[in-house]
Design a protein around this ligand. Structure first.
Ligand code: ARG
Length: 578
């Protein structure tokens, strides 16, 4: 549908050229929507630069513009503002054209690293934020024409694995996985369920904190696992499988999916040769028996410690794995840009990794989207009543129940499976929208009632606006044909909604440029609100005048298209009944 702002910018650029003015055309939505729709202050800056009266400059531009377009009433106001008021025909013709993304650049290969849950540990609200924001960013980049892969980067390789192995051995010492002489094959079924693993993990983890001998045993088991002890590897495979199965279920509920289910373990074999290569390039230094890469720069305001590539005991760290991951992403997938969506508290780690990667010579663009926490009423990271980290499953359950209660309240019953699925979709929409409407770096407070408010700036409010439109189309069997543009005289409410929708392309562009999906949320809410205003200002299906009814239904269709697009970019599913 070609952004109106770009269209005017284009016209103004040509007018500036025709008048031999050397100044970029700057156009924005008007601060005074009662007077005009778009505005430019270019005459003011030219007046200053050329030491002439800006009103004269503006008038000259206006004259040239008036000969090149009939789409706007153009007038000069105040000290030299150039104002554009769109004609009704301009709005309807522009809106008739389909939406096209503003493509600012050449398509790139992009990897979004998000989700990042850990094997055998429950997925909690931190993973929720990463998944929700990452999914939206992936969709945004794709919309802009990039080739994008989402990678979950599973935490499947840490000392938690060794801890689980020794804990299981304590309880079931007779399992073949612990018998060094066992020749296999190992049983196909997992000896533990995920629930059991999640029960064992916090216990053994806190015991290891207090008992150094036990911690040492866990480290040894981790070491043996990492060095390929067959029984441990087989057991570890089970841990990974049962965890992934559960994660897939959780992610499906959230409408989140990954192209790459790679984990930290994938990169381990490549680490030794990577280190040799870095040594050859003289990028590595010995420090107290460890191998490090210096990443500090003289302009640093804060201390920037070196990145530890290899510990004194020969072990590799989180950062080593992240560097090896970059190597593979660059070489095997030609990644030109990698976007990491990770807890903001890992900022320093990623700063070190990015600097090291640049030092190595990678030309990749790196972005770190460090998100804040979702807090409870006490403004501390959201916990369960008993004080543990809130599990994703429980959270989704809570929201679905709240949505079900709201539907019951309105309709008196909630019977079918379809109703229950709908309640879950509404609950998830509430959760995702509440999360995405904040700038990712911001913390925000969990507030069930607020998230679910059908009248506030929420997911359910947006879904409800869409349901209203679905109902119109359900009730009218007629196809909504094209508009006769010159036959339409627009009301204030119709104009306002159209003008808003015509900003879609630049809003999506802003969200993409800043990697901040919250711009999409604000915008979708504005559209839904303006639609609501139209809905209360005018009859739609019951409008007697054929032209007007047709225009309004047509506008409903456009609103529906835009809201569906925005929700899709946000990764929020809609419902057709509420
Ligand atoms: N598993 C990590 C965590 O739970 C997140 C992984 C983020 N991605 C990465 N490439 N390090 O904190």
């Amino acid at each position: 549908m070609i952004s109106l702002q770009l269209h005017i910018t284009d016209l103004l650029t040509k007018a500036l050229e025709a008048c031999a003015y050397d100044e970029p055309a700057f156009v924005k939505a008007s601060d005074r929507p009662d007077l005009s729709d778009y505005q430019s202050t270019v005459a003011l800056s030219l007046g200053k630069k050329l030491k002439t009266n800006p009103v004269e400059v503006a008038n000259k531009l206006k004259e040239v513009l008036s000969t090149s377009t009939t789409n706007f009433d153009i007038f000069v106001a105040g000290p030299g503002f150039l104002n554009f008021k769109c004609t009704d025909a301009c709005l309807t013709t522009h809106l008739s054209k389909g939406i096209a993304p503003i493509k600012a650049e050449t398509p790139q290969n992009v990897i979004v690293d998000y989700g990042g849950p850990n094997v055998a540990k429950p997925m909690h609200v931190g993973h929720l934020r990463s998944s929700i924001i990452g999914e939206a960013l992936k969709r945004l980049c794709r919309y802009k024409g990039h080739a994008v892969l989402g990678d979950i980067h599973l935490g499947d390789w840490g000392t938690q694995m060794g801890m689980l192995i020794i804990a299981l051995q304590e309880k079931n010492p007779d399992l073949p996985y612990f018998d060094r002489d066992f020749k296999g094959p190992y049983p196909e079924a997992s000896p533990v369920t995920l629930d059991r693993l999640q029960e064992i993990y916090p216990q053994i983890s806190s015991r290891c904190k207090e008992d150094e001998a036990l911690a040492e045993k866990a480290r040894t088991a981790t070491y043996e696992l990492q060095n390929g002890r067959p029984g441990y590897r087989a057991l570890w495979q089970h841990f990974v499988h049962v965890s992934i199965e559960d994660m897939k279920k959780n992610f499906a509920h959230l409408n989140v999916s990954f192209e790459q289910w790679f984990g930290e373990s994938r990169y381990q074999d490549a680490i030794p040769s990577m280190i040799v290569a870095y040594e050859k390039k003289n990028l590595v230094r010995k420090s107290d028996g460890a191998l490090v890469i210096d990443v500090a720069s003289p302009s640093d305001k804060k201390e920037m410690p070196p990145l530890i590539l290899k510990k004194k005991d020969g072990g590799f760290l989180y950062a080593t794995t992240d560097l090896a991951t970059i190597e593979e992403r660059v070489h095997a997938f030609d990644a030109e840009r990698i976007i990491y969506v990770v807890d903001g508290r890992q900022r320093l780690h990623f700063e070190q990794v990015f600097r090291a990667a640049q030092k190595v010579g990678h030309k990749t663009t790196f972005d770190f989207i460090g998100f804040g926490t979702m807090n409870g009423p006490d403004n501390k990271p959201f916990k369960t009543r008993s004080g543990g980290a809130m599990r994703l499953e429980e959270l989704i359950q809570m929201l679905s129940e709240e949505a079900a209660a709201r539907i019951k309240e309105a309709r008196g019953d909630l019977e079918t499976e379809e109703d229950k699925a709908r309640a879950q979709a509404i609950g998830v929409a509430a959760l995702k929208f509440a999360d995405l409407q904040h700038n990712p770096s911001q913390n925000y407070q969990f507030d069930l009632k607020k998230f679910m408010n059908f009248e506030g700036k929420t997911g359910p409010y947006l879904l409800y606006a869409l349901v209203r439109i679905f109902v119109f189309f359900y009730k009218t069997s007629k196809k909504i044909g094209d508009l006769k543009h010159d036959a339409c005289t627009l009301s204030e409410a119709e104009r306002a909604l159209m003008l808003k929708i015509l900003q879609t392309e630049e809003v999506i562009d802003r969200a993409y440029q800043s990697l901040s999906p919250h711009f999409l949320c604000d915008f979708a809410f504005d559209i839904a609100q303006m639609f609501s205003r139209l809905y209360s200002a005018h009859p739609i299906l019951s409008e007697k005048d054929d032209t007007k009814r047709h225009l309004r239904l047509w506008l409903c269709k456009k609103t529906q298209e835009m809201l569906l697009l925005l929700l899709d970019l946000l990764g929020i599913s809609h419902v057709n009944k509420m």
